[in-house]
Write a protein that binds this ligand. Structure first.
Ligand code: NAD
Ligand code: UDP
Length: 311
């Protein structure tokens, strides 16, 4: 059945793909964004669609809308951006969660939180299942994001227990694909842009740290399945369990772009997690979801996007 849906952060990388999918599924979408890292270009093709509406708004302020579903995606996801104004990042996470929950309560709506693998911090358990409680440095430079997202999860579960609110919490692992911005600072966009421009590939530290990369279409599919499932709050990991070192990623990007760029090493930022890989048994069991796109295939599409849009 068609729903009225609010997507906060809807002009960002993931939010804009989510808006596309919801429109394609026949829903009415209100895209809320303050354009901190989002781009009008990401949603320009939707502006003339009668089922799409754009609301310029900051989630730090109360949200008023008549809706059936809320996806709370507003928050810069790249360390470069979320560390630029850390106080604003934590406000976005905490006030944004409170205001999304308040709006959901007002409407008796279902509300989904875009949480993150960062709630596991620099994990001491590997790979990470949902019942692992994490190892986060509460006073480090990543804490504005990590602790903000952890507090948001707390708020979601307290609203659920205290007010009976219909919540969904998804822990998203590193996701990549078209519409990431070239200067976003995340590893996939950095390596691709550096390779395409013939610049040095900047591997931080020894490059042996690992990440697990999920292609955006797989991720959105998992998110939509989670919103549609009954009687399951999560938290649930959504990510691709294929695990790669940053050196392996750099080599793969060099191979796929045919670039002659050199790999150089730069200092590792503090609190950079040494390894990250999701256990996705719960998503398989409860949502019948698992990723289907191999890193090499997803990177080819992403490289094409960067070539066409940024060179
Ligand atoms: P993004 O930076 O591309 O998008 C974030 C969007 O939120 C942007 O459009 C930005 O303008 C908007 N925004 C930021 N602060 C806002 C505010 N105060 N009010 C209104 N809008 C605001 O990032 P993304 O990769 O699309 O991430 C989206 C969500 O998914 C974030 O909540 C992020 O924490 C989460 N997430 C993403 C990943 C990933 O790998 N992409 C991993 C884990 C979690
Ligand atoms: N990284 C890197 N070179 C870059 C950008 C990032 O080696 O130019 C590393 C970074 O130190 C981290 C990993 O790549 O270990 C993933 O970084 P990203 O910022 O994409 O995401 P996150 O650390 O939040 O997972």
């Amino acid at each position: 059945m068609s729903k009225r849906v609010l997507v906060t952060g809807g002009a960002g990388f993931l939010g804009s793909h989510l808006c596309d999918r919801l429109i394609a599924d026949g829903h009415e979408v209100i895209c809320l964004d303050n354009f901190f890292t989002g781009k009008k270009k990401n949603i320009a093709h939707l502006l003339s669609n009668p089922n799409f509406e754009l609301m310029r708004h900051d989630v730090i302020q109360p949200i008023y809308a008549e809706i059936d579903w809320i996806f709370n995606f507003a928050c810069p996801a790249s360390p470069v951006h979320y560390q630029r104004d850390p106080v604003r990042t934590i406000k976005t996470n905490v006030m944004g969660a409170l205001n999304s929950l308040g709006c959901a309560k007002q409407n008796n709506a279902r509300v989904l939180q875009a949480s993150t693998s960062e709630v596991y911090g620099d994990p001491k358990v590997h790979p990470q299942p949902e019942n692992y409680r994490g190892a986060v440095n509460p006073i480090g430079i990543r804490a504005c994001y990590d602790e903000g997202k952890r507090t948001a999860e707390t708020l979601f579960f307290d609203y659920h227990r205290q007010h009976g609110l219909d919540i969904r919490v998804v822990r998203i692992f590193n996701t990549y694909g078209p519409r990431m911005t070239a200067n976003d600072g995340r590893v996939v966009s950095n390596f691709i842009m550096q390779a395409l421009r013939g610049e040095d590939i900047t591997v931080y530290g020894d490059g042996k740290q690992t990440r697990s990369f999920c292609y955006v279409d797989d991720l959105i599919d998992g998110i939509v399945k989670m919103m549609n499932v009954e009687n399951f709050t999560g938290p649930v990991n959504i990510g691709n369990p294929g695990e790669f070192t940053m050196l392996e990623l750099a080599e793969l990007v060099l191979k796929l772009t045919g670039s002659k760029s050199k790999i150089i090493h730069q200092p590792l930022p503090s609190d950079d997690p040494t390894q990250r890989c999701p256990v996705i048994d719960l998503a398989k069991e409860k949502l019948g979801w698992e990723p289907t796109v191999k890193l090499e295939d997803g990177l080819k599409v992403t490289i094409k996007y960067f070539r066409e849009n940024y060179l």
